[in-house]
Design a protein around this ligand. Structure first.
Ligand code: SAM
Ligand code: DTB
Ligand code: SF4
Length: 317
């Protein structure tokens, strides 16, 4: 895998004629992944709202009046029930999200470890996104059976400070390094539609593709405009920009699972289909993402069937 892409090379790919770009991405996709398979993931917000960070897109920041109800950390048995349901709905990856600046130490962290162990025993891939973590916490999560840790770079280094002021890009890179060091796979991506330029999207993709090793999982989110957040009034993002970014990600990171994450509810079936053609091979399936709505599961199931896609089976089956 090349990890020495220059920003100019990334820009040249991103700006290729769209049909050339999508065709090239689909070719790369077929060399590295089954052509018609998508992985279904399920998200669960295990600790909701009241977050001290100021991420301008986020309905869970305590700084904005978004109507999101604050909730304490969920107990392992409730989480396990949701994971069992996800598994029976066909999900093979279960991702637990917490609205923390950083994972806490002590009783709450121990409870998260217990939940990780319980979900891992179901034979699902287990992912957590808990904010910043230390190298020691990463090791404990690994020992509990965590498959992946999600921590997004969100956007380019240049645009980042217009979106978040309470945590630096470098701190994000440090958390990613702790995750990698502990032997946990890295899930790292970003958000499009926050008012960034093509050059910022290129900057994000360049950062992701030059992580060494590259992330195993790259979620590409379309901004969900949550009322009350500073980004609630952003104009619609052209879905073809999602297609372009996904195709570029696929070419740059051939082996990664590229996940069409938040924002699918705002997209047409045709746009989602183009994202698959561009190399996305995973979606979040379930009526809610963390705090915002996602397409109804029965509609998604019909859609996947109509496209002739098959849901990825659990490893070892
Ligand atoms: N608090 C932890 C953190 O920020 O690392 C974990 C949870 S946080 C909600 C996980 C990711 O969700 C963020 O990094 C961001 O990329 C994504 N996200 C949050 N709000 C979003 C929105 N309104 N639209 C799209 N993606 C969003
Ligand atoms: C990611 O990149 N997208 C997911 C997951 N990682 C944790 C989260 C999307 C959250 C969308 C806003 C919400 O539902 O609160
Ligand atoms: Fe907090 Fe994460 Fe939301 Fe930022 S994205 S406000 S860190 S929950």
């Amino acid at each position: 895998m090349r990890t020495d892409w220059t920003r100019q090379e990334v820009a040249a790919l991103y700006h290729r004629p769209l049909l050339d770009l999508v065709f090239a991405a689909q070719q790369v996709h077929r060399q590295h992944h089954p052509a018609n398979q998508v992985q279904m993931c399920r998200l669960l917000s295990i600790k909701t709202g009241g977050c001290p960070e100021d991420c301008a897109y986020c309905p869970q920041s305590a700084r904005y009046q978004t109507g999101v109800q604050r909730d304490h950390l969920m107990m392992t048995d409730e989480i396990l029930a949701a994971a069992r349901q996800a598994k029976s709905d066909g999900a093979t990856r279960f991702c637990m999200g917490a609205a923390w600046r950083q994972a806490p130490q002590g009783r709450e962290f121990d409870s998260v470890l217990e939940s990780v162990r319980a979900v891992a025993e179901l034979g699902m891939e287990v992912c957590c996104t808990l904010g910043m973590i230390t190298p020691e916490q990463a090791l404990k999560l690994k020992q509990a059976g965590l498959t992946a840790y999600n921590h997004n770079l969100d956007t380019s280094p240049e645009f980042y400070s217009t979106i978040i002021s309470t945590r630096t890009y470098q701190e994000r890179l440090d958390t990613l390094a702790s995750v990698r060091q502990a032997g946990i796979t890295v899930c790292c991506g970003g958000i499009l539609g926050m008012g960034e330029s093509d050059d910022d999207r290129i900057g994000l993709l360049h950062q992701l593709a030059t992580l060494d090793p590259q992330p195993e999982s790259v979620p590409i989110n379309m901004l969900v405009r949550a009322p009350g957040t500073p980004l609630s009034g952003q104009p619609d993002l052209d879905p073809l920009i999602m297609v372009r970014a996904i195709a570029t990600a696929r070419i740059l990171m051939p082996k990664a699972m590229v996940r069409l994450a938040a924002g699918r509810k705002q997209m047409t079936r045709e746009a989602v289909c183009l994202c698959f053609l561009a190399g996305a091979n995973s979606i979040f399936f379930g009526e809610r993402l963390l705090t915002t709505p996602n397409p109804p599961p029965d509609e998604d199931a019909d859609f996947v069937r109509e496209l002739g896609l098959e849901a990825m089976q659990p490893a070892g089956s």
